[in-house]
Design a protein around this ligand. Structure first.
Ligand SMILES: [Zn+2]
Length: 180
């Protein structure tokens, strides 16, 4: 379930709700069509692993250009979630800099490991499709702690966070994935 608060935070970036700390990420306003375009690229990545279709891309917020990509390799190494593979691809191509103007798109809500890595990087924004609840409905067992929980509890850096983009498509993709 995507909370109204998450959607507002994602759409506004700087919207301050009662009780919420002000977001620090200063990104340009990104139209929903561009979010969806980037998410389609993340879905393409996800489909490269038909068993666990977790895919991600990183875009330059101002232009929407895809600057890094990756998909889940956790079968080989437990930390190689799609987001981490994508972050590694980013650093390999661009170095460990420029994160604040970038947005990572991922087919599923980042786990606590991945959202924490993205916070350490001080990335500008994180957009996901399927929620942890959607992942659960597809028969997987995600951690119960949401990305929003981590962002809310940690003051180190607060990226823009938006969930539910193209979730109907990715929910079906996870539900219909290949099973071992
Ligand atoms: Zn993860």
């Amino acid at each position: 379930m995507i909370s109204k608060r998450m959607l507002l935070a994602g759409l506004g970036g700087l919207i301050c709700l009662p009780g919420a700390k002000p977001a620090r990420a200063a990104l340009p306003t990104i139209p929903m069509a561009r979010h969806e375009q980037a998410m389609r690229r993340a879905i393409e990545q996800g489909k490269k692993n038909p068993y666990y279709p977790f895919g991600a891309v990183i875009t330059e917020a101002a232009t929407g250009d895809v600057v890094a990509e990756g998909f889940n390799h956790a079968h080989d190494n437990p930390v190689l979630h799609g987001e981490i593979v994508c972050m590694n691809d980013y650093v390999a191509k661009h170095g460990n800099k420029g994160w604040e103007t970038k947005v990572l798109y991922t087919t599923c809500e980042p786990c606590t490991m991945c959202i924490t890595a993205l916070i350490w990087a001080k990335i500008g924004g994180v957009v996901f499709a399927t929620s942890l609840e959607g992942q659960r409905k597809a028969g997987m067992e995600p951690f119960r702690i949401t990305s929003q929980d981590v962002v809310d509890r940690e003051d180190f850096h607060k990226p823009m966070l938006l969930g539910g983009v193209l979730a109907a498509e990715t929910d079906a993709m996870f539900l219909n994935r290949k099973r071992y």
